[in-house]
Design a binder for this molecule. Structure first.
Ligand code: AMP
Length: 424
């Protein structure tokens, strides 16, 4: 029979890799808590309309990448391709915006039908952070400083911060006109997608990944040249705050992000160590989105970290991770000993709740069981043979010191294990 395999671009995270994921998740959860962010868990499926309206009709995500289907009632639903829209929808629906400066985060899988390659998947995971209701550049600064602290806590280095400002909707409208003029003048050099976008949303021509378009894009007008006094003053205040806090950054006028909802500051943390997919974190301000999806006018800003890429960076930099090894491995041999094994293990778990104990579950010879104990990485093996079982005792073998084993009474096992495992 054919074997059934995972869907292309959707990966299993295997036990050997999970410790790196947990390392990131644990540090992120703790750090976000210390900055006053609360967890929120929106569903993974939303009405398609939510993403069309927020991300924008003429974007790669909405045009080409969404997993959209009709449910049994004929309603069009979509697996979330990102979750800012979901968080904002939930915040509006549950009145979270009544408190200005609402800080929320969420974590989980996102779905985009992209061409899978290293660092680009169809199911990928993000930590998504949103600060709702703050218009001042202090919001941007907080998010950027928090991410900088996260990299440090995780032990990753070399991530570079790039910033740009996309300005208000008015500025973007002026910029769109300028871009349309520029790209129209170069119409013969445009690919099919870009020709279409020239009519619908010229800004999104800048997202093109087509290599033959890159020089044209590079030489296109820049949005900073359209900025008015307010946009410039906001961005300057942010840069001054970052300078004061000792953050290194580069202003990159080419960062436009691929989603329509951004206004004002946008930023990305990138690395050169992951090949073509070097953006580990991206975000920005979206002051119009709350109103655009039906909420009260409210400024907001957020970012998302790509977990696959961050975990890959941890690996590339050989960041040391806590090993997931059991403290003890209990192996029983013989009919009576096997029946007794779980009772002994449960008594031990009652007495030492923090003990990580694996009970051998396999068949095979005693030698095979001890080999499994060794391979588990456990510090000690608890060996229950027929003879020990009959006399209420158990052998304790130090798997690292390789010295002689000691035989202790089952009544004293908890004390003995605690001394051996937790005393250095
Ligand atoms: P975006 O939601 O497009 O702003 O992306 C934010 C972050 O999510 C990026 O910087 C990446 O780290 C990550 N990301 C986005 N798309 C993918 C993908 N297809 N596969 C893996 N990671 C992704």
């Amino acid at each position: 029979m054919n074997t059934i395999q995972a869907i292309r671009g959707m990966n299993d995270v295997l036990p050997g890799d999970v410790s790196a994921w947990q390392h990131v998740e644990r540090h992120a959860r703790t750090l976000l808590g210390t900055y006053g962010y609360e967890e929120i868990r929106p569903p993974m499926v939303e009405r398609t309309e939510l993403f069309r309206r927020s991300i924008g009709e003429v974007t790669d995500i909405v045009e080409k990448e969404m997993y959209t289907f009709d449910d049994r009632n004929g309603e069009s639903l979509t697996l979330r391709p990102e979750c800012t829209a979901s968080v904002v929808r939930a915040a509006i629906e549950h009145g979270l915006l009544r408190t200005p400066g609402r800080r929320v985060w969420t974590m989980g899988p996102m779905f985009r039908y992209e061409r899978p390659q290293k660092g680009r998947y169809r199911q990928f995971h993000q930590i998504d952070v949103e600060l709702l209701g703050v218009a001042e550049p202090s919001a941007e600064a907080e998010l950027i400083l928090m991410t900088r602290r996260l990299w440090k806590a995780l032990g990753v280095s070399g991530l570079a911060l790039e910033l740009n400002s996309l300005g208000s909707r008015d500025i973007q409208a002026r910029y769109r006109t300028r871009l349309a003029e520029y790209f129209s003048a170069h119409a013969p050099a445009l690919d099919e997608d870009s020709l279409r976008r020239l009519e619908t949303n010229p800004l999104r021509i800048l997202d093109s990944k087509n290599p033959s378009m890159q020089t044209l894009i590079e030489e296109a007008p820049r949005i900073v040249d359209e900025h008015d006094g307010d946009a410039r003053a906001h961005f300057d205040r942010l840069l001054a705050t970052l300078d004061e806090a000792g953050v290194e950054y580069r202003v990159n006028p080419r960062i436009v992000r691929g989603l329509d909802y951004y206004t004002g500051t946008v930023f990305e943390w990138t690395t050169g160590e992951l090949g073509a997919q070097g953006a580990v974190c991206g975000g920005g301000r979206y002051d119009n989105l709350v109103a655009e999806i039906g909420g009260p006018a409210s400024p907001a800003i957020g970012f998302a970290i790509g977990l696959e890429r961050l975990v890959a960076l941890l690996k590339a930099q050989s960041v040391e991770l806590p090993a997931a090894r059991p403290h003890a491995y209990l192996a029983a041999a013989g009919a009576r000993a096997s029946i007794l094994a779980h009772a002994v293990a449960e008594r031990l778990r009652d007495a030492v709740p923090e003990l990580c104990l694996v009970v051998d579950a396999g068949h095979g010879s005693f030698k095979a069981k001890l080999r499994r104990a060794d391979r588990s990485g456990a510090r000690i093996a608890l060996v229950l043979g027929e003879e020990e079982a009959g006399s209420g005792r158990i052998a304790v073998k130090d798997l690292r010191a390789r010295g002689p084993q000691s035989v202790v009474s089952i009544d004293e096992l908890a004390d003995h294990v605690t001394r051996n495992v937790f005393a250095g």
